[in-house]
Design a protein around this ligand. Sequence first.
Ligand SMILES: Cc1cc2nc3c(=O)[nH]c(=O)nc-3n(C[C@H](O)[C@H](O)[C@H](O)COP(=O)(O)OP(=O)(O)OC[C@H]3O[C@@H](n4cnc5c(N)ncnc54)[C@H](O)[C@@H]3O)c2cc1C
Length: 555
Amino acid sequence: MIPIKPLANLPTHDVTNMPPHLGDQDLWGGDAVLRECVLREGGGKAEAKFALFGKRMGAVEMFEKADLANRHEPEMKPFDRYGMRINQVAFHPAYHDLMAMAIENEVPNFAWNNPGAGAHVGHAALTYMFSQVEGGVMCPMAMTYAVVPALRGTSSVNEEWLPRLLSTTYDPRDIPVFEKKGVTMGMFMTEKQGGSDVRSNSTKAVPIGTATGMGEAYRLTGHKYFCSAPMSDSFLTLAYSEGGLSCFLVPRWTPDGERNTLYLQRLKDKLGNRSNASSEIELQDTWGVMVGDEGRGIRTIIDMVQGNRYYCAASSAALMRQGFIQALHHTRHRSAFQKMLMQQPLMRNVLADLAIESEAALALTLRIGRAMDEAENDEGASALARIGTAVAKYWVCKRAPGHTLEALECHGGPGYIEDSIMPRLYREAPLNSIWEGSGNVMCLDVLRAMHREEAAIPSVLAELEAARGGNASLDKAIEDLSAELAASEDLELRARRVTELMAITLQGALLVRHAPNAVADAFCASRLGARWTGAYGALPAGVDFDAIIDRATPN
Ligand SMILES: Cc1cc2nc3c(=O)[nH]c(=O)nc-3n(C[C@H](O)[C@H](O)[C@H](O)COP(=O)(O)OP(=O)(O)OC[C@H]3O[C@@H](n4cnc5c(N)ncnc54)[C@H](O)[C@@H]3O)c2cc1C
């Protein structure tokens, strides 16, 4: 892309002290921490692919498409010109380009197309690079990734949908599945009266024929208050059948090639994530096929939820990384009070603190990715993947909005202006913390994992033990965590405290074992020290700021 050369001399003043355009970013080659973490956690076999993707995805052109897709929001087209129901959503061409970019590069299906070591780690790496540029498209990509395990048990559904979910062809045509080259999938669980509490769902399902249960056809009636990516080819949902709350696949088209009776009511006017459509829908005698066992709907759909939760952690880590890159660029090229901002001691403190948070977020996310990769053959890894996903979803997503705000503030006024990418990142940041299980719900899920899986706590403690002796503050924090876990009273009341301690000790342990001393020491001295308030830029004196910032600087 040829950069636009601006006119620097205006009639009234010369433009000075303004940063140059950031230009193309190399999201893989320029990110030493990402490369290190991916290789360490077993994702090295696809290094060449990641290198190519990182260059393509970080190009200015992609950031421009992301900007366009968010400025020109999706528009609902429920009817055609003759008054016929078509339930369409029209997107800007940039949105389709980004969808094609994601699907052609296996963002939603790398893990399933490349099983074994590095599968989920690689998926997280692709997600991390893509999410730095655009979050809205990642919603259908995350759901398309996450749905695969939920379909596995229902062979008829799996046979039809799986090959198309694993396809690298973006096929946006609104036509029946059997005519499509590739598909995307969404989910709608949330109803008006309950999102976290899905047992309060009121949608009903009645069998079409005499046969009932897994793989059989039903008609669903009810409403869903949130349905993101409503142009997806099908959705998983929950509805009450005679045997209890069950999971159903609801396609846009019925198997006999008719448009399904799925009625888009309106699109949500959202704080952020604006390139992605999120809708309200009604189901009236809508065709659906039962997935999984009757009455075990939550058990079936939870596999999809778990994948989406993992995505949330990876994408929040990505927001931190891109926020840091933008803040670094601005402060490197802007001076105030006779010094470049980046040379001001207090700004160095903020930047270094943002860098260690970002590295800790990525290290934890990719470690959980490896546990997912090893889960099939290793009980400890399976337990760590289960509890660790909830811990990472809670903590990484919880830390992202503050991180993004601080990166925005590094820009001063221009950070608040839409021309910069920062307002978009800022609006995106709270979302991962809300959907797929809001903060409290995630912490309660950590307790659930602790109680239901014997190996859950031992898997966390084993991870921590591997770093014991490496840092006194970490050792003390591990003791604190053990004491919190040993005390059985008021556990629900303390669920955030317990989850936070698990998250920061796991992050500390990973950094102590694998990161340079400068990063690990600063993390432990702040996050695991006595006076940490959570605000950025309060690292103690003695921290090696140069080493931390150099490591995080794109090279
Ligand atoms: C942009 C966007 C897109 C979305 N897309 C989809 C989609 O595609 N499909 C879909 O199904 N849903 C979607 N959702 C819905 C989302 O998953 C829910 O909003 C979320 O799970 C929370 O449910 P709720 O809104 O009913 O809040 P509630 O369940 O009412 O929760 C409100 C608050 O109470 C807390 N809380 C709940 N239970 C407890 C408890 N026992 N103890 C303490 N605190 C508790 C929660 O953590 C939360 O902070 C979307 C939401 C947004 C914002």
